[in-house]
Ligand binder design. Structure first.
Ligand code: UT7
Length: 370
């Protein structure tokens, strides 16, 4: 059967850095508390819209694959911080790339969006609906954040990761073994959807008088923590069984990075003693949909992933959505080309950017709870 090889990868992290100490200048928290409870030291804050981050990540992924924008059949943009709902953000990415042959689709399963997007593109390529796709996980959560709420403000950051997928026929060349996304397990704890909710985004809020752009988070951290571990654990067990492999066949786990303690609890329960664990939470915090894609890309860049490796990628997010995917990395672990594209420069620090966003939000004070 044809498979969807991942032949290009690219990331884009905005330059503005927000440290734990920066956070402690405007909310009641400390570097010690944040690091010991989450494993995070700093995160990035974007000075550009999410479509710009995605555009740069995609251009880098295309160069890595040795392709041009004209080669792309489909753009699937996984996110929950769209530039706009109508028109969708993937069409803006198409425009920026000049990928005029591509169909464009936005997909929102919150933190798992980038990985769900990978599943959708993979299936469409395998069935022959399309031959190639750009799959993106990108967020500017900083714009949706309630910067006065220490329960959530410390956890999130901005960024983008993109993959180029193309159809390969294993029958046509003996050297091509089946690679790309081999199997997934996807699910959702809909009955607990209220425990991770960003109130204010969506048409229902317009009817009850919420000012546009106002958000307030409902975030039950401890309960989310438990669900994250159980959701990802059951997803991992299911996908291992589905592919008919032994846990020992897995070379590396590249998990969604929401909290180091969640990752450690998951690794402990999975008991995959011989598999490596890739962690980059210290540098970026939780970038929601961008997290797992960027972690996968950095694992390749840092030579933690080798050609032919079997990679387990568990993820978790609002919904409460969960996913577990098994990916076989292909032959190539280095880019064919590099793109010289970059974001427009910014001299503002992460703290300056956050102060600007928070001041803007204050103008639209959130309503009292209903
Ligand atoms: O991608 C999916 C989305 N997110 C997640 O998966 C996150 C899941 N949850 C978590 O990661 C953790 O629950 C948190 C990091 C959010 C919180 O850690 P925790 O160990 O569950 O802390 P807690 O909420 O039980 O709070 C412990 C204490 C409380 O004080 P008292 O009641 O013990 O006096 C909190 O008020 O820490 C206090 N606290 C803080 N202190 C300093 C809560 N947030 C902060 C803070 N800085 N930012």
């Amino acid at each position: 059967m044809a498979h969807a090889a991942i032949t290009g990868w690219g990331k884009c992290l905005p330059p503005g850095i927000l440290t734990n100490d920066d956070l402690a200048t405007f909310i009641d928290t400390s570097d010690e508390w944040i690091e010991s409870r989450t494993g995070m030291k700093e995160r990035r804050i974007s000075h550009v819209p999410v479509s710009d981050l995605a555009h740069v990540a995609c251009a880098r992924a295309l160069a890595c694959a040795g392709k041009t924008a004209a080669d792309v059949d489909m753009i699937i943009f996984g996110s929950c911080s769209f530039d706009s709902q109508v028109p969708n953000t993937s069409s803006q990415i198409q425009l920026l790339l000049n990928a005029s042959n591509a169909a464009c689709m936005d997909l929102n399963t919150a933190c798992t969006s980038g990985m769900y997007a990978l599943s959708v593109a993979n299936s469409m390529i395998r069935t022959g609906a399309i031959n190639s796709a750009l799959v993106i996980g990108a967020e500017v959560i900083s714009q949706l954040m309630d910067w006065s709420d220490r329960d959530v403000a410390i956890l999130f950051g901005d960024g983008a990761g993109a993959f180029y997928l193309e159809r390969e026929e294993p029958d046509t060349g003996a050297s091509v073994t089946e690679n790309g996304l081999l199997a997934e397990s996807l699910g959702c704890f809909g009955e607990a959807r209220h425990i991770l909710a960003v109130e204010g985004m969506g048409a229902k809020y317009a009817n009850i008088g919420w000012p546009l752009g106002t958000t307030r988070w409902n975030f039950e951290g401890r309960e989310i923590f438990k669900r994250a571990v159980t959701g990802m654990q059951s997803g991992c067990s299911q996908v291992i069984e589905k592919l008919g492999i032994e846990p020992a066949d897995i070379n590396i786990i590249v998990p969604h990075q929401a909290n180091l303690r969640i990752i450690e609890a998951l690794a402990h329960r999975l008991n995959l003693a011989d598999a490596k664990l890739f962690i980059n939470i210290k540098r970026y915090g939780n970038m929601s949909a961008a997290t797992a894609p960027v972690a996968l890309i950095e694992a390749v860049e840092e030579n933690a992933i080798k050609s032919g490796d079997l990679i387990l990628v568990p993820a978790f997010g609002a919904g409460l959505s969960w996913s577990a995917q098994l990916i076989r990395w292909g032959n190539r672990t280095t880019p064919i080309n590099h793109s010289d594209i970059d974001l427009r420069p910014s001299s503002r620090s992460g703290l300056e950017l956050v102060n600007e966003i928070a001041a803007q939000h204050k103008k639209n004070r959130p309503p009292e709870p209903l």
